[in-house]
Design a protein. Structure first.
Length: 262
């Protein structure tokens, strides 16, 4: 039960959607640095190529990419087919790709719901469904295949910002993850959520620039998340250490969501 074996992900095959930037990049780096073979999937081929170049320079594991626009169902199916050509097994799926839309209540458009719900919730199901045969091929009772869904504390609380579709989509994702845990558990596939607080990312850049000090002050730890925080959580869930965790929502926010304001 030594640490090296307990948290070992060496040679595991990992798919990280949106793995070239932000939280996805932090997760990809954590797996590559610990010997995993990571596939990044995103519609931004240039960013994927650059990310893989930088990740491969770290050594130990390796990084590869498959271009896919997750708003298009056909691209999801093509992603799964490409992955099946390259790999016989998928040990870990990280559903990280997401989008947000902030606008006041009175003008919040219907199109925002279509865009955000499709990427943050609907496509999580589609992607997972399409790669399930590869997850099953990797899964054993002793070492299940893993689905790690990147949720948000805004799916647990009511945020101050006007991000109606985002909050609803993340709450839906949290419950979808539990549903998948029940349906896929008998296939030796676990499904869990990381409900993330604020991390440095393109999606959070404007919010952190404007409200960064206030956001930090609301955390009992007085800071936002770091790359090692989210990478460490994923390494736990993806290794033997997390093999019996299924249907959980792990809050990764430094205690922000439980910090009373009065």
């Amino acid at each position: 039960m030594d640490i090296q074996n307990l948290f070992n992900v060496k040679d595991k095959v990992v798919l990280v959607t949106g793995g070239a930037k932000g939280i996805g990049r932090m997760i990809s780096e954590g797996f590559v640095q610990n010997g995993a073979k990571v596939y990044i999937a995103s519609r931004d081929a240039k960013s994927c190529e650059q990310a893989c170049k930088e990740l491969n320079a770290l050594g130990k594991g390796s990084a590869h990419y498959i271009t896919a626009d997750f708003y298009k169902e056909g691209d999801v199916k093509n992603l799964a087919e490409e992955l099946k050509k390259k790999e016989k097994k998928l040990h870990i799926l990280v559903n990280n790709s997401g989008s947000n839309w902030g606008e006041p209540y009175d003008t919040y458009p219907d199109s925002a719901w279509d865009r955000v719900i499709t990427l943050n919730l609907k496509r999580v199901f589609t992607i997972t469904q399409q790669v399930t045969p590869l997850l099953e091929a990797a899964a054993t009772p002793e070492d299940p295949a893993r689905i790690i869904n990147i949720g948000s504390i805004d799916g647990l609380r009511v945020p101050a910002l006007s991000t109606f579709a985002y909050s609803a989509s993340k709450a839906g994702l949290h419950h979808l993850s539990r549903v998948l845990a029940v349906h896929l558990g008998p296939r030796n596939i676990t499904s869990n959520v990381l409900a993330c607080g604020p991390f440095e990312s393109k999606m959070m850049a404007a919010t952190l620039k404007k409200f960064g000090d206030k956001i930090k002050s609301e955390s009992p730890l007085g800071r936002i998340g770091s790359p090692t925080d989210v990478a460490g959580a994923c390494l736990f869930l993806g290794s033997k250490a997390g093999g019996f965790v299924n249907g959980a929502t792990i809050t990764l926010d430094g205690g922000t969501v439980i910090n009373a304001k009065l």
